[in-house]
Design a protein around this ligand. Sequence first.
Ligand SMILES: *[C@@H]1O[C@H](CO)[C@@H](O)[C@H](O)[C@H]1NC(C)=O
Ligand SMILES: *[C@@H]1O[C@H](CO)[C@@H](O)[C@H](O)[C@H]1NC(C)=O
Ligand SMILES: *[C@@H]1O[C@H](CO)[C@@H](O)[C@H](O)[C@H]1NC(C)=O
Ligand SMILES: *[C@@H]1O[C@H](CO)[C@@H](O)[C@H](O)[C@H]1NC(C)=O
Ligand SMILES: *[C@@H]1O[C@H](CO)[C@@H](O)[C@H](O)[C@H]1NC(C)=O
Ligand SMILES: *[C@@H]1O[C@H](CO)[C@@H](O)[C@H](O)[C@H]1NC(C)=O
Ligand SMILES: *[C@@H]1O[C@H](CO)[C@@H](O)[C@H](O)[C@H]1NC(C)=O
Length: 339
Amino acid sequence: MKSTTIASAAILYFSLIHCVVAQLPRLGGVNTPGYEFTLYENGTFTNNPHTPPAAQFPHFSAEGANLYRVPWQQMTPVLGGSINTSFLAQYNATVQAALDSSADAHVIIDLHNYARWNGKIIAQGGPTNTQFASVWSQLSKFYGANDRLIFGIMNEPHDLDIAAWATSVQYVVNDIRAAGATNYLLIPGSNYTSAQYFPTYSGPHLLNLTDPLGGTGRLIFDVHKYLDSDNSGTHPDCVTNNVAILETLVHWLEASGNRQALLSETGGGNTASCKTFLGQELAYVNSTYPTLVGYSIWAAGAFDSSYVLSVTPFRNETDQSLWTNADIMTVAVLRVVMR
Ligand SMILES: *[C@@H]1O[C@H](CO)[C@@H](O)[C@H](O)[C@H]1NC(C)=O
Ligand SMILES: *[C@@H]1O[C@H](CO)[C@@H](O)[C@H](O)[C@H]1NC(C)=O
Ligand SMILES: *[C@@H]1O[C@H](CO)[C@@H](O)[C@H](O)[C@H]1NC(C)=O
Ligand SMILES: *[C@@H]1O[C@H](CO)[C@@H](O)[C@H](O)[C@H]1NC(C)=O
Ligand SMILES: *[C@@H]1O[C@H](CO)[C@@H](O)[C@H](O)[C@H]1NC(C)=O
Ligand SMILES: *[C@@H]1O[C@H](CO)[C@@H](O)[C@H](O)[C@H]1NC(C)=O
Ligand SMILES: *[C@@H]1O[C@H](CO)[C@@H](O)[C@H](O)[C@H]1NC(C)=O
């Protein structure tokens, strides 16, 4: 019937438009750590969160930043139990300050636990997948309807069985959707979610994940890459612009069904080598959008301005030299002007 055909065509047309509109914009910004400061890399907790200064969000947004990654840990004092509502209220104030800092500010809700709880790996001797998924399913009810909130499912998994890890991630994706959340999800691999090892090690397993919403456009791979000699992000000097490594990643993403990744941690010291190399890296990331959606620099937030990779503004509100000289915001500023 003709009217049905027209209706179907209209629905198809609307869906296509919706898909295009639903793509994440070019993102650029900064990590604002603090809530996770007392977590050791092995996943053991103490309980002493720091609140990232709220003034940083309008500061960076005025310069063109539109992405903030806000790490947290120990949201549920009891494994698999209810969220600590006092902690969530505190965390939420930071998330809202970031969202309110500009109309297109996006926030990564980053579970910063290295796939571990008290030193033991999720579903590999540690918490069950159900306990892991529980915190995300609770957060989905609070944060599930806002495309400017991106769920960072887990920061930097490492030294684990990747096939079992892929199963854990699928479990969480399913629970998040079952709780009604439609947000973009960041999918992390092993090797501290290294951009370098993603195509050959984690990627082949994580490519098989499915989204109950359909398609894979809302499953964005989460990658990290530093520029110092051992890729640890602990030295002030940079030795590479990472372009060859990111090119390999981009080719793999394109060959794997035009998938996307987000460089959610990168950065360097306030040194001449990092200004040059980080600037080159970010220009490359920018040139590959939408395959590489964007980046967030490590780190500002509750770090003081003397931290080795600090991009925390000084008390007089001027920026660190890396921030101003590596063209970190040139990319974002151009994006704002072009919109
Ligand atoms: C709940 O969060 C508050 C605020 O961060 C903190 O002071 C308190 O110790 C937490 N409670 C538990 C049981 O972890
Ligand atoms: C976060 O803060 C916003 C704005 O104040 C509020 O509407 C929302 O209910 C809060 N969400 C949570 C989970 O506290
Ligand atoms: C985790 O690391 C901290 C600091 O190095 C250490 O004190 C703690 O015993 C470790 N916990 C486990 C379970 O290995
Ligand atoms: C990547 O991580 C796996 C464990 O998850 C490990 O076996 C492998 O050696 C790591 N690869 C590199 C290059 O570090
Ligand atoms: C991914 O799925 C394909 C098709 O079902 C399968 O052949 C392949 O072995 C899977 N890869 C992994 C790493 O599980
Ligand atoms: C702001 O403070 C920093 C660090 O103390 C200093 O290096 C810089 O010169 C100051 N800038 C201005 C404009 O006062
Ligand atoms: C970012 O990419 C856009 C689109 O290709 C381009 O117009 C712009 O000049 C690039 N920005 C930088 C700083 O390279």
